[in-house]
Design a protein around this ligand. Structure first.
Ligand code: MG
Length: 394
């Protein structure tokens, strides 16, 4: 008699024909033997979780700086929310959950400390040297900066995972990236798994920024009701539960917000996949447009919500002052290290000398940008004090 274990290889899950197939991967930059117990995409996910850049996500933030409170999202909790939302939609649509999870866990690895403010400041500093873009930096992290394995630099991830991490890219940068950049030049589409992770990211930050913004007292329920989407959801909460306390009302609305965006995404993507008639990942790539998408109504409503958050949260006076401080901190660190790379730890100093030997000042600046971008919020703050405050130990 056969035992269930005989017929249950852990890596085999039913998937739609348009899903990415790990057995048909375009492969890794440095060929490796196939894993014994995992699919290629599972192996990618595991390598990402073991990366030091992944652990640093815990002390990096998006909107609120780390020391403002322990309840706010960090890049790590944001990343987990993206993975969780992505996996649900992937399973519903018959896509490859492991690939979605790997892309989601890696999607923010290249982010600087202090969220968008840090990215803007570092990009401004790097203008003479080719700029700084967090998407490209995520690729640099997984391709080069993580030095852990004996056989290759970086994490040596599959093409499909790297393709998903590189959400967007300028044509100039795309030309330098070879095969990975080609779709930005010939305008083909990435896998459905990559498309999905992109929108799971949007669902996650739209909803947790509403939650965090309300919790911080920077936005109010009344103000949020200016947006069609939140007005509808708060009305629904009040109709169903008229006597809820504020905290539960907020949580209930945020829960409905995630739920309604996910439901809309599943339904309209399923319709688009059906109508496009795609039966393979090649069909997906040639489809001429992305198939994982919101309905036109949800797209308008989430756009309205994003505009609201931009104006009322990301540009809020308190956030804006923090942004200014964050930019000054990063700018000062960058300039000090660029002027005198010996101020960096010996390992980075050596890298800077080597890069300068190869590419001149451009090379040195890239090593400084890598070092600064890799910092957590609290490390950047402490490093700034050590460099500029004579009373601090260096
Ligand atoms: Mg993100």
């Amino acid at each position: 008699m056969s035992h269930p274990l005989d017929t249950l290889p852990a890596t085999q899950v039913l998937r739609a024909p348009y899903a990415a197939d790990p057995a048909a991967s375009r492969g890794r930059r440095y060929p490796e033997p196939a894993p014994r117990f995992r699919s290629e995409f599972q192996r990618d996910r595991d390598r990402i979780i073991h990366a030091s850049a992944f652990r640093r996500l815990e002390y990096k933030t998006q909107v609120f700086v780390n020391h403002e409170g322990d309840l706010f999202r960090t890049r790590l909790t944001h990343t987990l929310e993206v993975a969780q939302i992505g996996r649900t939609v992937a399973r519903t649509l018959g896509l490859n959950e492991d690939l979605v999870e790997a892309i989601a866990l890696a999607h923010d690895l290249g982010h600087t400390p202090f969220g968008h403010a840090g990215q803007d400041a570092l990009n401004a500093c790097m203008q003479p040297y080719g700029g700084f873009e967090h998407n490209l930096q995520s690729i640099r992290v997984v391709d080069e900066l993580e030095q852990r394995y004996a056989e290759f630099p970086g994490l040596n991830l599959c093409f499909e995972t790297r393709e998903g991490i590189l959400k967007h890219c300028s044509r100039a940068n795309a030309r330098e990236l070879g095969e990975l950049g080609r779709r930005f030049l010939d305008r083909t589409q990435p896998s459905l798994e990559a498309q999905l992770t992109n929108l799971a990211d949007e669902i996650a930050y739209n909803s947790h920024d509403v939650d965090d913004g309300l919790r911080a007292g920077l936005i109010s329920i009344e103000a949020l009701r200016e947006t069609r989407l939140l007005r509808r959801l708060f009305d629904e909460v009040e109709r169903r539960h008229p006597h809820l306390d504020t905290r539960r009302r907020i949580y209930q609305a945020v829960r409905l917000l995630i739920d309604s965006m996910v439901a809309d995404l599943v339904e309209s993507s399923a319709r688009a996949i059906r109508e496009a008639g795609v039966m393979s990942i090649e069909d997906v790539r040639a489809a001429g447009e992305t198939l994982i998408r919101f309905s036109p109504q949800m797209r308008d409503e989430t756009l309205e919500l994003k505009r609201f958050l931009f104006k009322n949260l990301y540009r809020h006076h308190r956030v804006y002052r923090m942004v200014a401080k964050a930019k000054n901190t990063l700018r000062a660190l960058f300039q000090a290290f660029l002027e005198d790379p010996a101020l960096m730890p010996p390992q980075q100093y050596t890298l800077a000398l080597e890069a300068e030997h190869r590419d001149g000042e451009r090379g040195r600046a890239r090593v400084v940008a890598d070092y600064v971008a890799g910092m957590t919020d609290r490390f950047a703050i402490a490093e700034h004090a050590r460099l500029f405050d004579p009373a601090e130990r260096s």
